[in-house]
Every structure is written in C-alpha cells, then in structure tokens.
Design a protein around this ligand. Sequence first.
Ligand code: PSU
Ligand code: MN
Length: 304
Amino acid sequence: MNSYLSMSDEVRQALADGKPVVALESTIISHGMPYPQNVETAMRVEQTIRDHGAVPATIAIIGGKLKAGCTAEEIEYLGKKGQAVIKASRRDLPVLVARGEDGATTVTTTMMIAAMAGIRVFATGGIGGVHRGAETTMDISADLEELAQTQVMVICAGAKSILDLGLTLEYLETKGVPVIGYGTDELPAFYTRHSGFGVDYRIDSPQELAKAFKVKQDLGLQGGMLVTNPIPEQYSMPAKVINNAIDEAIAEAQRLGIKGKKTTPFLLAKIKDITGGDSLAANIELVLNNARLAAQTAVALTKM
Ligand code: PSU
Ligand code: MN
C-alpha cells in the first residue's frame, strides 16, 4: 500500500472483509454539475449504492492525499469550490500530491486510485473520448488510455456526442477494451439511448457483467471494461434538442478558442445553459441509474 493513499475506515474495512465497494469520481461534482445540485447528487448516488448493498467510495485528492472514501464535508467542499478545484488527470498527480494540493479526479485518476485501493467497480456519468476534430487537434481523453491499462470496470451512460463516437470506439478496439451494452446492442449516447453505433457485446445481468470481469482478471488481462448503461427511457432527451445544443456548444468553444482540459467542462456547462437545465435533470437520473447497476455488479463480484 503506498503512503499517499488514504482510505476511509469504512472503505478499508469493507475491502478487508471482501464486501462490495463502488468507486465514484469527483470531477463530475466539481466540474460536471453546478452547486448545489452537484453535492445533492453526489450524496444521493452514495445512498443509492448503500441501498443496493455496497459501500460507496467517492475518490478525490485532498491536501495531497489520494482519498478513497470522502466524507460528506469533503464532498460539500469540492462541490462548493466547483471549477476552482484543479481537474486532475494522470499527468497532474505527481505535482499536486507533492505540493499537498486538492484535485478533483476524472475517470482516469479515479480508476488509478480505485485500483491502488483494490476497488474493482466504478460508476460515473460519461467518459472522455476522442473529440470531434481530433484529426487536427489531437484531443483524445486520457480516459481511453487508462481504460487500456487499469483493471477497473467503468459503468457509464455511454459517451456524449460532444465526442466523435465512431473514433472513440475505434480507439477502444485498438486498445483491447471490451465495450459492453447493458441490455442493449447499441452504444447509448448519454442523454439519449441511441447513437447508431453498435457495442461489442450485449449483457443483460449484473451477474454476467461480474463474471466477464472476473474472467478478465483471472486471465491477467490488463485494462478495464467499459459498461454502457442507457439512460432510462422516461428521462432521455429528444435527440434533436440535445444534438442542436451540442452543436451550438462546440461552435461557441471554437469561437472562444477553448482548448485542452477546459474543453469538456466548458461544453458540459454550455449544454446545460442552452437546454435550460433539462440536460442536468437527465444527467442526474442517468448517474443514479449507473450507481444502481454498479452496486449490483459489485455485489455479484464478491460472490464469485
Ligand atoms: N463527460 C461527462 N461528464 C463528465 C466528464 C466527462 O459527460 O463529468 C468528466 C469526467 O471526469 C471525465 C472528464 O473523466 O470529464 C474527461 O475530461 P477530458 O475530456 O478533458 O479528458
Ligand atoms: Mn482533452
């Protein structure tokens, strides 16, 4: 165990006892949603995981410590500070930790810290991927490289079409990351259930998800598994509304010359503004839906 990792007593005990634990990211709190809905959602997600028999471990960097299991106060702190917290990806870890700073963990760093702690299942909203126009900007999220090398199952609602979904799937294929559709053959597109792109495999139960991941571990295959869980029908958004909002947000980002790590948070906030908050409501529901599936899968994994 490295000296930079700090697990909450509850998480450490659960892992020691072989109980199910689900990791949660903190960039979705600081950069993915506005205050106070971000904090309310984070707490509801934790409760949902408990209601389904697992222990939640919200992951973040606090005062240079890699935290697996944040307190309610730490979640409130990250949520209130919002975009003023450093969004921490793999390249940010060494300097942030050395300086004793805070950082909100993306999918990448949440996977890294979960793996260090021994947590195998992670629930979030959406992952980063290959951005539209990446053939000239080279903007490809570090999340894809992390999925290629770190053994954690990531349960998300697919990817937003702020990304080039086709190129994102190609990248994952090259890197050997299985892309699973939960109860679907089609990659969900976050706010909507449909993208027009197929997944590698359809799986219909938490038990089968757990089994596939167990086999991957037993075979010693590096890298994660991406489970894409469609937003429940009643909360999904009309494709036209959301796609227009995404196009408008991307055009605005280009006008303003937004680049690098600022791109994704900028687009998320812009889409929320354009849709008058409808996208936020959908976002909250899909995260809760993913938390439920992650808890059930973590429970199934501990029984194998
Ligand atoms: N996509 C979302 N919601 C999010 C993110 C992505 O729909 O909150 C966040 C996640 O933390 C993800 C990160 O890991 O953005 C990706 O950022 P980038 O594209 O800069 O790699
Ligand atoms: Mn990027």
